[in-house]
Design a protein around this ligand. Sequence first.
Ligand SMILES: [Zn+2]
Length: 310
Amino acid sequence: MIRCLLMKRKTAHHRAAFLFAYNTSMLPVALISIIFASTASIASAAPVAAPIVSFYPENPIQGQPIAVMVARADDASVRYIMLGPKVLSPFEYDGATWALYGSDIKEKPATSTVLVSFADGRIVRSHIRLNQRPKIEAPFGIPAKLGGNTPAAATTLVNTLEQENKGLLGLETAPQSLWNKPFSYPLKDSIITDDYGYSRSTVGQNITHKGTDFRANETTPVLAMNDGIVRLVQEGRNYGKTVVIDHGLGVQTFYMHLSRIDVAQGEKIRRGNRIGMAGQTGYAEAAHLHLTVRINEVSVDPIVFLGLFK
Ligand SMILES: [Zn+2]
């Protein structure tokens, strides 16, 4: 159900400007300013139903993914979508054109212009505000197998994490979306034990938790969140046995601390396939699944990401 308020005015420079307020059962209310910058004449043509651009979440905070969704009532295809200076990759999903943006947890809160360019020359501009994430800090220890709670172990942890993180960048991603169904949770019973985005104070060092931890034991099957290609299988000092699945367009899911891996690098995988078993390899004090979701190499809140595809 979509309700629209429409106001039309003509200016010397713009063919028409529209102001929409819309509300649907699934999407938040938003005000979107749409400017027809095209010089092509539309005065004599039949009225064209304007595209509706919406965002989820409506009020994102640092570290959250942002979905830009373009619902169209006509056949005009989207040429490109930009958020600030970044060009996003549009894809078709659920009857609309989408693009995903990953806001970094340290990205400066600001308002950005979102520009949607259509093949027929129309350009639609709207705005999205990235808000500050509340700072949460909690103590977090180092397991004895990695040296325990000593300053030397904490320094080694930070340095080796930096090295390991570098090795997880630059992984190949498909130029098209490999999925056409919603992303699903990686465990049959998903109970969150540690949230994304808080700062772990570890013997004088602060390490931001850029993923979500789920309760699991060493025989809990870990499932692929969507269709994709296994890009990396490895065992690292801190992340332990790790599988990375590429879903295309820069969307990648990382499954860490596994006790067992059942897939090989390069393997095509379907949503819900078992990729291994949860575990406590690497920097883990007990068995659990650590899940990271990246959009163009930016780690975003996995639970908000899952919520995009309801
Ligand atoms: Zn974790």
